[in-house]
Structures are given as C-alpha cells and as structure tokens.
Design a protein around this ligand. Structure first.
Ligand code: BTN
Length: 341
C-alpha cells in the first residue's frame, strides 16, 4: 500500500515459530518446544497463551504436551500464486498477506483512498473487526479460515447491483469444480451447506476517484471454525472441514483459486453484466420454493421464495398470491424453518 498506515497487530516471531512447529498437529512437550525455540518453559507457556488470545486453540494435555486444536496453515504467497492461472496472475496487481488487521475490506478501502488500483488483493490470518452484511460482525479467528478482499475500480456503479450475485455464483461453481462440494446460494450471496453458513460476501464502495469507483469485494469462507467461534456466532455455521473432512482444500490453494475466479469476474462483469452468471446462480439457488421470513426495511413477513429476476432481485410470493421483487432485504430461515439465516 502506498501511504495509508492501518492499525495492525503482528504475530511476533515467537508465536509464528511456535505455530509452525505445532502445525503438524502432533503433541510437543514444553521442554521440546523450549529447546527448539530457544525459550524458557515459562516463555513457551506465555507464547501459548498469547496464541490463545489471538484465537488459536492449543490443547495442553498433562504428560503429553501441547497440540493445536485445529489445523493451521499459515498464508503463503508462493503457494497462493501456484494455484492461480496465468490469466488470474495477470490481473493480480498486488498481494498483501497480513497477520492481523481490523478488516481486510477496511484495509483495501484505505489503500484505495491512498491511490491503490484494481487488482490489489489482501488476506489476513485474523481480523479484529471483521465486517459482515447489514452491519454485523464477522468473527475471524486466526489461521483457520479465509478472510480475503479484492479492490477493483469500476466506471459505472449503476450496473454493480448484480456483481455480488455474480461473485457468489462464481464461488459456488468454483467449490463444486475444485472439491465436488455443492453449496447452496442464499440470496443475495450467502454460501450455505446443509442450511448452515459456509461463507459470505460483502461489497463496499469508497467514493470516486477520477470518475472511477473503488469497490472492495470481501469474502469470508470458513475452512475450519474452532468450536468456540461457532458457538459465539449465534447462527448455524459450518466449514469446509465439516463438509469435506480431510479432503477439504488447503487454505493457500483455496485462496489462490478464489482470487483467480473473482478477479476474472471483476474483469468480465462490466461487459457481461449479471446475465452471464444468472444460470449459474440459479443452478445453486438453495432456497427456491422454500418458505422464509423476509425482512425489508422495518417490514417483515413470511413468503415463499420463487426465484431471482434477471436484475438479481429476489422474487417472493406472498400468501395473497402476489409476487414482490426486492433489490435489498434479508432472507431468514429462522422463524419459519426453525433455524437462522
Ligand atoms: C456476510 O455477512 O455474509 C459477509 C461477510 C464477509 C466477511 C468478509 S471476511 C473478509 C472481508 N473483510 C471483512 O471485514 N469482511 C469481509
């Protein structure tokens, strides 16, 4: 980034070395770790606690030692680039890998304000103030999931309404082609598996510079959610590890293929619009025909999801037989089906 200096927290070298050693998910005694890292056993204990504070669960079993509660694969630029196509690499202008940041979206919005351009991508191991849709928080424990944002500049924002659906469709197709996992899209762009949230997309715009609008596309994809985070989120969530077990894609490979796919959507969307992605979106539409609660402004009612129209608006049938088309609002499974959306 050029001149903005965002607040960020760094994993200190000891925590990073400790994570690397524990990444094999075997037990390591504090004596062994102390010798390997050149620390006292108290130093190891402190570093383990600091990792815990950063969201990494480390199990301590008397007589056995320490072991990571969940697999951690630290972000690695070479591995990310290795899973990108030549086309995708040509669109990638800059790749920032951060240990911890308030929000990768906020980071790129600041970068845009400081003059950064299309193709600037950022990923973080953890976010301290991850942002979700509708002002919600996106819990972002360290090392477990994907927190990724892409900056792209568009001339015309009026056409961007469908972009978030296009990105959702591209990610659903990518997950099926790379892992075989068939996810369901919940309008506008939630990725669900078995009615549980697997990922979400947040588009944010930062004004206009020289007639171009800076758009940041933020993607959160759960790869391995620690049990404590799942409980804290307060809605049914899932992760790729639950869906795919040990064949869940590696974190860096997944990051590379997501960046690749989304950069290509950004490049193509001004020419194609949503129409090029409608068929794909509908193929993965998980809630067609389902009875849902729909919140629009201060109004809320139940209705049956019909489809999306060609502008990407959700079509909801009311009990009186009328069908409404909505460009904004929130579909909720909770009150109707006994689960939250
Ligand atoms: C949603 O609520 O469904 C959207 C969630 C988007 C979360 C991602 S994580 C990376 C990027 N940075 C953020 O602060 N939010 C998005």
């Amino acid at each position: 980034m050029t001149s903005a200096s965002p607040p960020r927290v760094r994993l200190d070298p000891t925590q990073r070395a400790l994570l690397k050693t524990l990444a094999d998910r075997q037990f390591h005694s504090s004596t062994e770790l102390a010798a390997a890292l050149g620390l006292s056993r108290t130093g190891i204990w402190k570093a383990i606690h600091a990792l815990g504070d950063a969201g990494v669960a480390v199990a301590a079993i008397p007589g056995k030692g320490y072991r990571l509660g969940a697999p951690v694969e630290l972000l690695d630029e070479t591995a990310i680039r290795a899973s990108m196509s030549r086309e995708g690499l040509a669109l990638l202008q800059r790749l920032d890998l951060l240990d911890s940041i308030d929000s990768t979206n906020a980071y790129l919005l600041r970068a845009a304000a400081a003059g950064s351009v299309s193709g600037h991508v950022c990923l973080a191991e953890a976010q301290t103030a991850g942002r979700g849709r509708l002002g919600r928080q996106w819990l972002s424990p360290l090392g477990a999931n994907l927190y990724l944002s892409i900056l792209w500049q568009f001339d015309d924002v009026s056409a961007l309404g469908g972009l978030s659906l296009a990105v959702g469709a591209a990610l659903a197709a990518l997950l099926e082609s790379t892992t075989g996992l068939v996810v369901a899209l919940k309008w506008p762009n939630d990725l669900l598996w078995q009615d549980r949230k697997l990922g979400g997309i947040l588009l944010e715009i930062n004004g206009e510079t020289h007639g171009r609008y800076n758009l940041v596309i933020g993607i959160g994809l759960n790869r391995f959610l620690p049990a404590e985070s799942s409980t804290a989120i307060g809605q049914p969530v899932t992760d790729l590890h639950q869906a795919l077990g040990e064949s869940a894609p590696r974190r860096n490979a997944l990051a590379g293929s997501v960046i690749d796919a989304v950069l290509q959507v950004c490049r193509d969307f001004p020419a194609t619009g949503l129409s090029a992605y409608l068929e794909t979106w509908r193929r993965y539409h998980g809630l067609a025909g389902r009875q849902v609660a729909f919140q629009h402004g201060h109004e809320e009612w139940t209705g049956r999801i019909v489809d999306i129209d060609d502008h990407g608006r959700i079509l909801i049938g009311r009990s009186d037989g009328s069908v409404g088309a909505f460009a904004s609002g929130e579909v909720q499974l909770r009150r109707v089906d006994g689960m939250s959306g």
